[in-house]
Design a protein around this ligand. Structure first.
Ligand code: G4P
Length: 532
């Protein structure tokens, strides 16, 4: 069966990390070992060193609408691997969270010196929401990092997941000699060489034999003791538990030195899940269903005002997508066809004739799509699971040029549809609150509104603590609450009621005063009324 074969052939994943742990470096090394690029340095960092809108704009301009780095497809062994890029800047964390809805597994990079950092914990929380399988790569073993056992304990404790080392480091920093591969008893010997695209692996038949001393000298005894301890403390690696997001296999290496990459990639290809189904308002849609379906998880605008087109990134969930075929867009009740759908092979963008579950296709869009939209072969289904997360910073949008009110309105709607920020509407009028994860987005919005839409705006800071989506079965209580809270009650892009809590203290108080209401820091993607 063609579809089954295509599904089994694919793996779609993302590399995630706290900034600076080595995500960009590992991405590049995957492409290098996967044969998709020939030299290191070919993958441009999408990191913004300084928090300035102009830097961000420069990077966006360089990336252009081709956004070749958004999805990097390459082959390894007999698999087609779709690696989805996530932004390197913490202010764009929400973009990362949304991208995680489009992958079937992740590789989480940890800096061995710093251990679990703030962003690591938040990313893992998002992975936990969908039980996404996680492989952990502890990076920078060439530096004087923390004790490996301590790191594993910290992972289990802070990330709330069981771990199982798959390899074990021999020494660390200046004394780092390589890793012992716990499952095949091979030694992968460390050589600091950034150019080499292979690993020095030697087979050890028996860890107790003197052969071990030949390769790692004095470190042999410690390794024997530690391996015994590992086997006593950690359960055997269980593929099913990994697949259910309950157990994370752990590897050690040094991305910059091309060390531990082959091993990680080989194991990834072996254990990472094939494309999985996605829940919808009607049922769990399985990849093997013959009719095409997919959802938009990212929209990338061309910020060049002469080319106002956008690309909507669609993750294929089921069936086969075909070029020039009509598909339903249930939210707006339209039939659409796409003449130039794109896929992305490492650095090149190609027009594709067909795509299968697990693939990401870029569709040129003139304003039909927003994040979370579903495309189907006729069915009125709507995928779930693209939640909005409470922003951290809130500001009111103020128009500075009354002649350009329409442009401002259009601009802010389009930008927020792209997911640059979240837009909340104050019910009592046409006032709008913009919510973001970081300050940088406000600069970006202001810049883009002016440059792309000719609209001028200002932002007035609002000292809100969180956006809380409200759910209840008691409409009367909700109405009462809304009446009393006035301007702190807003609606989100889909018309959901949201309470902008001024402080944690006041939120806790409301929780006590209104036990009938539930306040959530995330909104599951709203299932809208769909028309056929
Ligand atoms: P990120 O995408 O997660 O933010 O991290 P990135 O790969 O950019 O890596 C952050 C820094 O860590 C980079 O140094 C990179 O060279 C370094 N790095 C990555 N892997 C290793 C490793 O295995 N060992 C050591 N010692 N360093 C590593 P930088 O100075 O910030 O940038 P650059 O000037 O080297 O590009």
């Amino acid at each position: 069966m063609e579809l089954q074969k295509e599904i089994n052939h694919r793996k779609t994943f993302a590399i995630i990390s706290h900034p600076d742990a080595g995500k960009t470096t590992l991405t590049e090394k995957f492409l290098l070992f996967g044969g998709a690029i020939q030299v290191a340095g070919a993958v441009k960092s999408n990191k913004i060193k300084k928090s300035a809108a102009s830097d961000f704009m420069d990077i966006e301009r360089q990336r252009g609408i081709s956004v070749a780095t958004s999805v990097m497809a390459f082959h390894h062994r007999d698999k087609l691997i779709n690696l989805l890029d996530t932004p390197g800047h913490k202010d764009f964390a929400e973009d990362t969270y949304r991208t995680l809805t489009a992958v079937d597994s992740v590789v989480l990079v940890i800096d061995c010196v710093k251990g679990v950092e703030e962003q690591t914990e938040r990313l893992m929380e998002v992975c936990r929401m969908r039980d996404t399988p996680v492989i952990i790569f502890i990076n920078k073993m060439d530096l004087e990092g923390r004790d490996a056992f301590d790191l594993l304990d910290e992972l289990e404790e802070k990330l709330n997941i069981k771990v199982r080392p798959m390899s074990w480091p021999i020494g660390i920093g200046a004394t780092f000699k390589g890793v012992y591969k716990l499952y095949d008893g091979n030694l992968n010997l460390f050589e600091s060489d950034k150019q080499r695209v292979s690993e020095h692996v030697v087979t050890i038949d028996d860890i107790n034999s003197e052969e071990l001393e030949k390769y790692i000298g004095d470190a042999a005894d410690t390794l024997r003791e530690e391996v015994e301890l590992i086997n006593g403390v950690y359960d055997e690696f269980d593929n099913q538990a990994y697949n259910e997001g309950k157990l994370a296999p752990v590897f050690f290496g040094s991305a910059i030195n091309n060390f531990g990459i082959q091993e990680l990639l080989d194991k990834f290809v072996e254990i990472a899940p094939a494309p999985k189904g996605r829940p919808s308002n009607l049922r769990l849609v399985e990849p093997l269903e013959p009719r095409f379906s997919g959802f938009v998880f990212k929209i990338h605008a061309n910020i060049d005002p002469r080319h106002r087109d956008r690309i909507a990134f669609v993750r294929v969930v089921s069936g086969k997508f075909e070029r020039n075929k009509f598909y339903s867009h249930p939210r707006i009740g339209k039939q659409l066809k796409f003449a130039n759908p794109a896929t992305f092979m490492a650095s090149a963008k190609n027009v594709v004739d067909e795509a299968f579950p697990g693939d990401v296709i870029g569709l040129y869009d003139t304003g039909n799509f927003k994040i979370g939209d579903t495309l189907t072969e006729g069915e009125s289904l709507q995928f779930k699971g693209i939640p909005s997360f409470s922003p951290e910073i809130f500001k009111e949008l103020v128009n500075k040029d009354p002649m350009k009110a329409k442009q401002l309105e259009k601009g802010i709607r389009q930008l927020t549809e792209e997911g640059v920020a979240q837009l909340f509407f104050i019910e009592s009028g046409s006032r709008k609150i913009v919510g973001t994860v970081g300050e940088l987005q406000f600069e970006v919005i202001q810049y883009r509104l002016e440059n792309e839409y000719g609209a001028k705006c200002e932002f007035q800071p609002k000292s809100y603590y969180k956006a809380c989506w409200i759910t209840t079965t008691n409409q009367a209580k909700l109405d009462e609450f809304k009446r009393l809270k006035g301007n702190d009650i807003v609606t989100d892009k889909d018309g959901n009621d949201v309470f902008l809590a001024p402080s944690k203290f006041l939120l806790d108080m409301e929780r006590q005063n209104y036990p009938e209401l539930e306040f959530h820091f995330t909104s599951e993607f709203k299932v809208e009324e769909v028309q056929d």
